[in-house]
Design a protein around this ligand. Structure first.
Ligand code: FAD
Length: 394
C-alpha cells in the first residue's frame, strides 16, 4: 500500500514539537500504511528564537543544524512555502536555489509561526528581529564603548554609554537585563566605569507584566533596577534620529543605541497562502487544530488562532502554549486517522518564566487562585530549562 506523507511546515519550537508528537503517537504507521515525515523550513537550521537577544549580548550562535533532532526517519527540505492548494493537497514553495517547486501531502501541519514586529524604517534604531540584527546590535554597542573610552566631551561620552530598549514586553525585559549584564564586563577593559552605563527600558504602560498581577510587575521592576536597568513608564518611543530618542511626552533621551522590541505578529506570509485567516492574520482552526475547509491540514503555534471551547479564551503566542498544542496534536492526528473522536484543545495554566541575566530570573504561576513567585538562581535555572525545552533539546 502507498505511504502517507506527513508534511510539517516550519521547524520552530512548535513544528519540532508537532513532528515528535505525531511520530510518537503513530509509531510511523497509520492503518497499515507507513508514514513518511517531511519537515520543510526556509532556514538551514532551527533558530532558537527565545534566545534572540543572545547574539546581541554575547555573540552566541543560536541556529542549530536540523540533524541535531532527526538523525533518521525525517526528510528535511529547505524552502519557503508560498501557498497551499488544499484541493490537490499540494504545497508550493521556493527552494534553496530560488526555483519554484511542489510537494504533495496527506497530512499537513502549518507551523510558520510569527515574526517580530518592526518599527517603521523612518523611526530609526535597530529592530531585534533576527540573529543578524542581534549581531548588528552587539557590534554597535561595543563600537560605542570603544568610542566612549577616547571621548573627551563628558556629554557625548554619556550618550555613547546609554542604550534605550523600546518595548517592555517579555523580550524587552529580558534583552535589557541581559544587555546590562553583558555590558558591565566590557568597560573595565577599556578604562571606563561600569556604573556610568545607562540602560533605559521604555514602557508605554504604567507597569510591567500585564500578563499577570501587579506585584509581579513591581518585583520585575525591582530586579531590573538591581541589574542596572531603569524602567521609564508611560513612555513611548516615537523615533530615534542622530542619537536622540523622541518620546510621546515630547521629551528626548540622548542615546548611543535604540533597540526596538515591540512584540510579535503572525507570519505575514500566511496572507497569500490560501488558508482561512482571522482579520489579524492567524489561521482559523477548530478545537482540534483542524484548518477550516482544508481536509488533512492542521495549524498550531504562533500562526494559529487557537481557542479553548470551554472558556472561549485564545492562546497567546508563547512556547508554553504552542508546545502543549503540539503534544495534543499527536493524539488528534492518530484519532482522526483511525476515525475516533479527537481530544479538544484546553488552555494551559497561567505561568511565565523570565530570564534576567546570569543567575537572575522570575517565575510566576497561578493555581487555585493563588500566585506563586520564584526569583533568583532557582528561577534562572528554571528559565534555562525552559529555553532548552523550547528547542526540544531535552
Ligand atoms: C526575543 C523573543 C523572546 C521570547 N521569549 C519567550 C519566552 O521567554 N517564553 C515564551 O514562551 N515565548 C517567548 N517568545 C515567543 C516564542 O519565541 C514563540 O511563541 C515561539 O517561537 C513560537 O513557535 P512557533 O514554532 O509557532 O513559531 P516560530 O518560532 O516563529 O517558528 C516558525 C518556523 O517557521 C519557519 N518559516 C516561517 N515562514 C516560513 C515559510 N514561508 N516557509 C517555510 N518555513 C517558514 C521559520 O523559519 C521558523 O523555523 C519569545 C520571542 C522572541 C522573539
Amino acid at each position: 500500500m502507498n505511504e502517507l506523507t506527513c508534511l510539517i511546515i516550519g521547524g520552530g519550537h512548535v513544528g519540532l514539537g508537532a513532528l515528535k508528537a505525531i511520530k510518537e503517537a503513530t509509531g510511523g504507521m497509520a492503518n497499515g500504511r507507513r508514514i513518511r515525515f517531511v519537515l520543510l523550513d526556509k532556514q538551514p537550521g532551527h533558530v532558537r528564537k527565545v534566545l534572540l537577544f543572545r547574539p546581541a549580548v554575547s555573540g552566541e550562535e543560536i541556529m542549530l543544524p536540523w540533524t541535531h533532532w532527526f538523525p533518521e526517519g525525517v526528510e528535511f527540505v529547505q524552502g519557503t512555502v508560498t501557498s497551499v492548494d488544499s484541493g490537490t493537497k499540494q504545497i508550493r514553495y521556493t527552494d534553496a536555489q530560488g526555483k519554484d517547486a511542489r510537494i504533495g501531502y496527506d497530512l499537513l501541519v502549518m507551523a510558520v509561526g510569527s515574526i517580530v514586529r518592526r518599527a517603521d524604517p523612518e523611526q530609526g534604531g535597530i529592530n531585534l528581529t533576527d540573529p543578524q540584527a542581534a549581531a548588528d546590535i552587539r557590534e554597535r554597542w561595543r563600537a560605542n564603548l570603544r568610542q566612549a573610552a577616547i571621548e573627551t566631551n563628558p556629554e557625548e561620552k554619556k550618550r555613547l554609554m546609554t542604550i534605550a530598549v523600546a518595548g517592555a514586553g517579555i523580550s524587552g525585559i529580558g534583552t535589557s537585563a541581559e544587555l546590562a549584564f553583558a555590558m558591565r564586563e566590557e568597560p573595565s577593559t577599556l578604562g571606563l566605569n561600569p556604573s556610568d552605563l545607562i540602560i533605559y527600558l521604555l514602557s508605554a504602560q504604567d507597569r510591567l507584566f500585564l500578563e499577570g498581577p501587579e506585584k509581579v510587575g513591581r518585583k520585575l521592576n525591582e530586579i531590573l533596577g538591581e541589574c542596572g536597568v531603569t524602567v521609564l513608564y508611560n513612555c513611548k518611543a516615537m523615533r530615534e534620529e542622530a542619537g536622540v530618542v523622541t518620546l510621546s511626552s515630547g521629551d528626548n533621551l540622548k542615546v548611543g543605541l535604540c533597540i526596538w522590541t515591540i512584540g510579535l505578529i503572525p507570519n505575514p506570509a500566511l496572507r497569500t497562502m490560501g488558508l482561512p485567516l482571522t482579520p489579524e492574520g492567524q489561521v482559523l482552526v477548530d478545537e482540534c487544530y483542524r484548518v477550516k475547509g482544508a481536509p488533512g491540514v492542521y495549524s498550531i503555534g504562533d500562526c494559529a488562532r487557537v481557542i479553548d471551547p470551554g472558556t472561549g479564551r485564545a492562546d497567546q503566542m508563547t512556547c508554553k502554549e504552542g508546545g502543549m498544542q503540539a503534544a495534543r496534536l499527536g493524539k488528534v492526528v492518530i484519532a482522526d486517522l483511525e476515525g475516533r473522536p479527537a481530544p479538544s484543545h484546553k488552555e494551559v495554566m497561567d505561568a511565565f518564566c523570565i530570564g534576567l541575566g546570569e543567575n537572575r530570573g522570575l517565575v510566576w504561576a497561578r493555581k487555585w487562585g493563588l500566585d506563586f513567585i520564584l526569583t533568583g538562581k532557582l528561577a534562572w535555572k528554571t528559565k534555562k530549562l525552559a529555553w532548552e525545552l523550547a528547542s526540544s533539546l531535552r
